[in-house]
Design a protein around this ligand. Structure first.
Ligand code: 7RM
Length: 651
C-alpha cells in the first residue's frame, strides 16, 4: 500500500515575537535544553518536570516501570490531584492565591459566579465529605452527568480528593449512552443536576438518569444539583439534593495520600466501531503531564484569565479546563452554554467583559464564526487576548489565518495542539516563546514526547510522504489501559508496530520536521491507488470564498475504486447551485490536483458532528452509499442533521 500522499503546500511562517518570546515561561533557551534532555533521557526530563510542577507527599522510587504496553510512572510516589489544584495555593509561598479567582463561571442566561481558590477548596472539601457520607470509598467509581456549572468541577475535584475515580459523561448524551457507561465503569453514585441551559432554554438531565438507572443495580445514590428549578422526579431513598447535603457537610477533609498509579478517572471515547472505550488515567503521571504542558504551552502567568471552551465531558475539559490550569494556580473561565446565545457574539462578549487573555477552542467553532461573519467579533474589544489555541481537528490554513487576523489581531501566537483522550495531555504543539508556526501544522512534539510518522514497513517516512502517527516511548500522561479490557488495549493501540503506540491518525512531516496531521487513517481515501487524507481536500474546499465547511469521504466507484464525495456547507451569502459545484471542482483541481477532485458535491446546511465538534465521517459514508441504516449515532450532536443530509441533493 503506498504511503498517504501529502498534497498541501502551505508556505507561510510566523516567528515568535521577540519581546513576547523573552517573557515566555519557556523561552528559546529553556526549550532547547528541555528538548535535548527529553531526547537523551526522557525519564530524567519527566522526573524534573514532576519535581518542578507537582507537589508530592512522598517521593517516587522509580520514574518508570515499562512492561510494554503497560507503564507505571513515578512508582511509589504519593500525591493528590485536588491538593495540587487547591491546597497548595492556600499555604506557603503561594498562599496569597487564597482570594484569587480559581473559577470564573458564566451561565448561559447570563448569571455569574466567581469561586476563589479558598472558596473552591471549601466546596470541594465539603463535597468530598458528602461523597463519603453516601458510602463512597477510595477506589469506588462515581459517574458525573452535569451541565457546565461550577459543581461539575467541584464534583471532579472532590472525587480526586478521596481517590474515587470519576467518569464524566457528557450532559448531551442519551440515557442509553449514560447507562452503558455507568454499567461498564461500575459506578456506585451518580452526580447530576435537574437540568441546564442551552440555546436559550432549560433542558432536563434527570429524566435520562432515571431511565439509565432503571434495572441498573450498582448505583446506590444520586446527588442532584438544582440548576434550573424545573419540576423533577425524585426517587425516595436514592436521590438527594446537592444543596441539602452540602448544608450539613464539614469543610474539613484531608486529601488522601494516593499512589502515583492510583486510578484518577475513566473517560469514555467512541471508536469508529464497537462500544465506547473507557480510557483509564492515573494520578501522578497525568498530573505531571497536564500541569507541565499547561504552563509551557499556554504560557500561564499569574495574571492571566484563561478560557477553554471545551465541556468537561471530554478530555480537553478534564486536562485544560480543570486540572492543568488549576494546578498552576491560574484562573479558569467556565461557560455553560452555546456560542450563539443570545447572539452570535456571545464568545467575544465574554472575552471582552472578563478580559480573557488566553483562549483555547476547536477549529469547528472557528469555522462557524467565520460563517457567521466578521462583524460580530469586530463589535468587541478583544485586545486583552495574548495567546490563542486550537484542538480537536486539523485546522485548515484559511481558518487559522482568520483566527490569527480577526480574533488575534495579528499579534497573538496560535498553538495548534495535537493530542487525544488517550494521550491525556498535549503531545505535538508549538511553544509560543520558541517555535515558529505554520498555518495548519501542529509543529513539533512536546519535549520528552517521541513522535514519529511511520510507513507500513515501520520505518520513518521521507518527507513529503505521509504515514502513520506513532509515539515510540511511553509518556507520563498516557492511558494506562481500557477499563476492563486489556486485550482491546493491546490490539487497538499496540499491535500495529512493536512497543510503539499507534494513534490512529495519518500525518506527514515537512523539511523542517514539522508535523501535519491529516486526520484519522480510517477516513483515508484510496483514489486510483493514491492514498489521500480527508483534511487536504476539505481544506481546499474551505479555502474557496463561498464555502464555510466541508467534509469529504470515499464512496465505492466502478472506475476509480473510490470516488470522493464532498458535503459542503456554503457561507450564509452564497447560493448553492450547479455553477458553484463546477467552480468548487475546479478550485480543488487548482489547489491540489485533478486526483482530489470530488466526483460528487452535496450542499447541506449542517454536517454530522459529535458534541466535541468532530465530523462523523462514517455517517456520511453510510449516507453517500445510500444505506438506510446508519451506524451508531449515540454521540451525534444533532439528530435532525441526518434527515437533512439524506435530502441533500445528489449529483
Ligand atoms: C483532544 C482531543 C483525538 C483526535 C486525534 C485527531 C484529532 C485532535 C488535533 C487533531 C489535528 C489537532 N481528544 N485531533 N487535535 N487533529 N490537529 N491539533 O481532541 O480523543 O477527542 O480526539 O482528534 O484525530 O486522534 S479526542
Amino acid at each position: 500500500m503506498p504511503d498517504i500522499e501529502s498534497l498541501l503546500k502551505e508556505k507561510r511562517v510566523f516567528k515568535p515575537d521577540p519581546a513576547a518570546a523573552r517573557a515566555a515561561n519557556w523561552n528559546r533557551k529553556t526549550v532547547d535544553a528541555h528538548r535535548r534532555l527529553g531526547e537523551r533521557d526522557p525519564q530524567r526530563f519527566w522526573a524534573k518536570m514532576a519535581r518542578e510542577h507537582v507537589s508530592w507527599f512522598s517521593p517516587w522510587k522509580k520514574v518508570l516501570v515499562w512492561k510494554p504496553p503497560f507503564a507505571k510512572w513515578f512508582v511509589g510516589g504519593k500525591t493528590n490531584v485536588s491538593y495540587n489544584c487547591l491546597d497548595r495555593h492556600l499555604e506557603g509561598e503561594h498562599g496569597w492565591r487564597r482570594n484569587k479567582a480559581a473559577i470564573i463561571w458564566e451561565g448561559e442566561p447570563g448569571d455569574q459566579r466567581v469561586l476563589t481558590f479558598g472558596q473552591l477548596h471549601r466546596e470541594v472539601c465539603k463535597f468530598a465529605n458528602v461523597l463519603k457520607s453516601q458510602g463512597v470509598k477510595k477506589g469506588d467509581r462515581v459517574a458525573i452527568y452535569m451541565p457546565m456549572i461550577p459543581e461539575l468541577a467541584i464534583a471532579m475535584l472532590a472525587c480526586t480528593r478521596i481517590g474515587a475515580p470519576h467518569s464524566v459523561v457528557f450532559g448531551g448524551f442519551s440515557a442509553e449512552a449514560l447507562r452503558e457507561r455507568i454499567n461498564d465503569v461500575g459506578a456506585k453514585l451518580v452526580v447530576t443536576a435537574d437540568g441546564g441551559y442551552r440555546r436559550g432554554e432549560a433542558y432536563a438531565l434527570k429524566p435520562a438518569v432515571d431511565e439509565a438507572l432503571r434495572g441498573c443495580k450498582g448505583v446506590e445514590s444520586v446527588v442532584m444539583v438544582q440548576r434550573t428549578g424545573q419540576p423533577t422526579n425524585f426517587v425516595a431513598g436514592r436521590d438527594r439534593w446537592w444543596h441539602e447535603l452540602m448544608e450539613d457537610a464539614s469543610a474539613d477533609c484531608k486529601p488522601a495520600k494516593l499512589d502515583a498509579e492510583h486510578p484518577l478517572f475513566v473517560l469514555y471515547t467512541s471508536g469508529s466501531t464497537g462500544k465506547p472505550k473507557g480510557i483509564l488515567h492515573t494520578t501522578g503521571g497525568y498530573l505531571t503531564h497536564v500541569t507541565t504542558t499547561s504552563k509551557a504551552i499556554f504560557d500561564l502567568k499569574e495574571d492571566d484569565t484563561y478560557w477553554c471552551t471545551a465541556d468537561c465531558g471530554w478530555i480537553t475539559g478534564h486536562s485544560y479546563v480543570v486540572y492543568g490550569i488549576l494546578a498552576n494556580g491560574a484562573t479558569t473561565l467556565m461557560y455553560e452554554g452555546v456560542p450563539t446565545h443570545p447572539g452570535p457574539d456571545r464568545f467575544w462578549d465574554i472575552i471582552e467583559r472578563h478580559r480573557v487573555s488566553i483562549f483555547y477552542t476547536a477549529p469547528t467553532a472557528i469555522r462557524t464564526f467565520i460563517r457567521l461573519g466578521d462583524e460580530h467579533p469586530k463589535k468587541h474589544d478583544l485586545s486583552s487576548l495574548r495567546l490563542l489555541g486550537t484542538v480537536g481537528e486539523p485546522i485548515n490554513p484559511e481558518a487559522w489565518m482568520w483566527y490569527h487576523r480577526v480574533i488575534g489581531g495579528k499579534r497573538c501566537p496560535i498553538v495548534d495542539t495535537w493530542w487525544q483522550t488517550e494521550t491525556g495531555g498535549i503531545a505535538i504543539t508549538p511553544l509560543p516563546g520558541a517555535v515558529a508556526t505554520k498555518p495548519g501544522s501542529a509543529t513539533l512534539p512536546f519535549p520528552g514526547i517521541d513522535a514519529e510518522v511511520l510507513g507500513e514497513d515501520g520505518e520513518p517516512v521521507e518527507p513529503p510522504n505521509g504515514g502513520l502517527l506513532v509515539l515510540r516511548k511511553p509518556w507520563p500522561g498516557m492511558l494506562r489501559g481500557i477499563w476492563g479490557d486489556p486485550k482491546r488495549y493491546r490490539e487497538q493501540y499496540w499491535s500495529k508496530f512493536p512497543k510503539t503506540y499507534f494513534a490512529g491518525d495519518g500525518a506527514h512531516r515537512d523539511g523542517d520536521g514539522y508535523f501535519w496531521i491529516m486526520g484519522r487513517v480510517d477516513d483515508v481515501m484510496n483514489i486510483s491507488g493514491h492514498r489521500i487524507g480527508t483534511m487536504e481536500v476539505e481544506s481546499a474546499l474551505v479555502s474557496h470564498d463561498e464555502v464555510a465547511e466541508a467534509a469529504v469521504i470515499g464512496r465505492d466507484d466502478e472506475i476509480t475504486g473510490t470516488a470522493i464525495v464532498a458535503f459542503v456547507t456554503p457561507k450564509g451569502n452564497a447560493t448553492p447551485s450547479d455553477a458553484l459545484k463546477v467552480a468548487l471542482r475546479n478550485h480543488v483541481t487548482r489547489q491540489i490536483g485533478a486526483i482530489a477532485k470530488p466526483k460528487e458535491i452535496r450542499f447541506t446546511d449542517a454536517l454530522p458532528k459529535t458534541r466535541s465538534g468532530k465530523i462523523m465521517r462514517r455517517l456520511l459514508r453510510d449516507i453517500a452509499a445510500g444505506r438506510e441504516q446508519v451506524g451508531d449515532t449515540s454521540t451525534l450532536e444533532d439528530y435532525s442533521v441526518l434527515a437533512k443530509l439524506r435530502d441533500s441533493d445528489e449529483g
